[in-house]
Structures are given as C-alpha cells and as structure tokens.
Ligand binder design. Structure first.
Ligand SMILES: [Zn+2]
Length: 94
C-alpha cells in the first residue's frame, strides 16, 4: 500500500480495535488454469480466465476451515465457520 495515502482516523476508539485475519490455506487450481503470468514481487500466479473452468472439486479443497480460492482469491469458509458466524450474529459485508 502506498504510504502517502494513509490517513489516521482521529477517533479510532469509535470502531476499533480491529484485527487482521491471515488466511494461509489456498485451494488447488481448477482444470485449465494454466499460469499466464507470475508476479515477480510476490509470486502470485495469474491464469487465462477464458480457459479456466469454474469448478470446485473435493481434491482442490484443503482440509481447513478457511481458505482462498487460488484463481480468484475469494475467501471460503466451511459450514463450521458459517454456523459460528451466524450463531454469533456477526455482520460482514464485502
Ligand atoms: Zn504480486
């Protein structure tokens, strides 16, 4: 992130504290997801979106409660996490 655009909230106690959730698991790549580019900075792979199949198979999913989808970086949770969030009436958007 570009440090020049950081601006401190004058009253962070209004909404905080906030915590970062670090997702360390990632799905496997779907069929047809040939790597078209690899970011020289972080190693993140990019795929040919026209050839990539939109499927999620059991073999692609790690045995974990929270994971990234490899090609979209969407964050998925399993039923245990879903139920926990709903039971606690936690709210989220985006
Ligand atoms: Zn990168």
């Amino acid at each position: 992130m570009d440090g020049q655009h950081w601006r401190l909230e004058p009253d962070p106690g209004r909404f905080g504290p906030l915590y970062e959730m670090v997702v360390v698991s990632e799905s496997g790549r779907p069929p047809g997801a040939a790597i078209t580019h690899r970011c020289p900075g972080c190693g993140r792979e990019e795929y040919d979106s026209m050839k990539r199949e939109f499927v999620l198979t059991a073999g692609m999913v790690a045995d974990t409660d929270v994971l990234y989808l490899a090609t979209t970086l969407w964050i998925l949770v399993n039923r245990r996490v879903r139920d926990l969030l709903l039971d606690r009436r936690l709210t989220m958007s985006n």
